[in-house]
Design a protein around this ligand. Structure first.
Ligand SMILES: *[C@@H]1O[C@H](CO)[C@@H](O)[C@H](O)[C@H]1NC(C)=O
Ligand SMILES: *[C@@H]1O[C@H](CO)[C@@H](O)[C@H](O)[C@H]1NC(C)=O
Ligand SMILES: *[C@@H]1O[C@H](CO)[C@@H](O)[C@H](O)[C@H]1NC(C)=O
Ligand SMILES: *[C@@H]1O[C@H](CO)[C@@H](O)[C@H](O)[C@H]1NC(C)=O
Ligand SMILES: *[C@@H]1O[C@H](CO)[C@@H](O)[C@H](O)[C@H]1NC(C)=O
Ligand SMILES: *[C@@H]1O[C@H](CO)[C@@H](O)[C@H](O)[C@H]1NC(C)=O
Ligand SMILES: *[C@@H]1O[C@H](CO)[C@@H](O)[C@H](O)[C@H]1NC(C)=O
Ligand SMILES: *[C@@H]1O[C@H](CO)[C@@H](O)[C@H](O)[C@H]1NC(C)=O
Ligand SMILES: *[C@@H]1O[C@H](CO)[C@@H](O)[C@H](O)[C@H]1NC(C)=O
Length: 251
């Protein structure tokens, strides 16, 4: 066997093929960042001074005018609170923040391995848009006007299970949005507080599926990062990607 080939094999077992940014300062993954109410954020979260390669893209926080925003299943959420110890987030939909009239007519779904509702805290509200209730007067207390380019302007929200209301069968589309159960009780007491209820947010717990790899990386004083090109966690030693125990390359 040619000695050069052996040399190549030797290096291959240590070098990791990666599309990781080669000119970036990888040590920057040691930085924490602040955004609005959130302070000292670190792995798995990225954003601000923490470059995107310092954590999985699912945990990337976009700091928009001091408001931390997280994207989940193509919807954007405002992060109101973040508890890294209990791994809880309090989120509110960005598109419903200043008005409950939205043109993003999608359910708030958390179907991912990263985020899940906390069923002990949250419950669903349904919002119906484009309802033909032109002739219905007086307006119900859960009614609101919404001109979101549907054929009709009338909207309703409902807390909990959806009954077979005749009005609702005239609605073009319905979406579900979680709110806190404690908030729902306040909303039942005063139906005008719908916007406030949405803005109080709901809780989700989060899981980082790369926790084990990260723990092993920290064990050798590395920094945890993520290569979104290959969708793999990486370990950073000094200013390069490393894999001392072979845990990352064998994924
Ligand atoms: C890394 O951080 C330094 C300051 O510590 C900054 O000047 C540099 O722009 C950062 N590099 C990247 C790629 O974020
Ligand atoms: C890389 O980032 C680290 C930590 O942010 C910083 O201390 C160091 O000066 C940076 N190195 C370069 C070459 O920018
Ligand atoms: C920031 O968080 C790190 C752990 O991630 C902790 O060691 C440090 O004390 C915190 N700093 C502040 C100012 O809270
Ligand atoms: C939202 O979910 C409900 C069931 O939970 C479903 O009936 C409705 O069609 C969904 N809406 C959209 C826009 O997908
Ligand atoms: C949320 O917590 C529940 C209960 O502890 C757990 O079964 C579930 O895996 C967690 N989901 C996430 C995404 O963290
Ligand atoms: C809307 O409702 C009115 C009164 O109930 C009815 O006459 C009309 O046909 C409905 N329009 C559509 C497009 O369904
Ligand atoms: C929607 O509401 C506006 C005024 O608020 C009204 O001018 C318009 O005719 C309404 N459109 C429909 C389709 O009902
Ligand atoms: C319901 O909330 C609205 C908005 O905060 C307030 O103006 C109104 O007085 C409240 N009504 C009752 C009965 O508490
Ligand atoms: C759900 O929320 C409750 C109350 O805030 C909390 O005690 C519990 O730990 C949470 N569960 C998960 C899985 O985060």
């Amino acid at each position: 066997m040619h000695p050069f080939f052996l040399l190549l094999c030797f290096f291959n077992s240590f070098e990791i093929t990666t599309s990781f940014p080669s000119k970036a300062n990888l040590s920057n993954c040691s930085l924490a960042f602040d955004c609005g109410p959130l302070r000292n954020l670190s792995y798995p979260f990225t954003g601000g001074s923490r470059p995107a390669y310092c954590g999985p893209p699912e945990f990337h926080i976009n700091c928009v005018n001091d408001s931390p925003e997280l994207s989940i299943s193509s919807l954007s959420y405002r992060v109101l609170q973040l508890d890294p110890v209990r791994r809880n987030l309090k989120l509110a939909r960005s598109d419903l923040w200043s008005s409950t009239c939205t043109d993003k007519l999608f359910n708030s779904t958390m179907e991912s391995q990263f985020f899940a509702y906390n069923d002990s805290d949250d419950m669903d509200v349904s919002i119906f848009y484009g309802c033909n209730s032109t002739n219905t007067t007086p307006k119900l207390s859960n009614w609101f006007h919404c001109n979101n380019n549907l054929a009709f302007n009338n909207s309703y929200y409902l807390i909990g299970p959806v009954p077979l209301e005749p009005i609702l069968s005239t609605c073009e589309i319905g979406i579900t949005v979680p709110i806190l159960k404690t908030t729902a009780a306040k909303l039942v007491a005063n139906r005008s507080l719908f916007q406030e209820a949405i803005n109080e947010g709901f809780t989700v717990n989060y899981t980082n599926p790369y926790d084990n790899q990260c723990a092993q990386c920290l064990g050798i004083n590395g920094l945890c990062g993520f290569d979104s090109g290959s969708s793999r966690p990486v370990c950073i030693c000094g200013n390069r990607v490393c894999d001392p125990a072979g845990i990352f390359n064998s994924l």
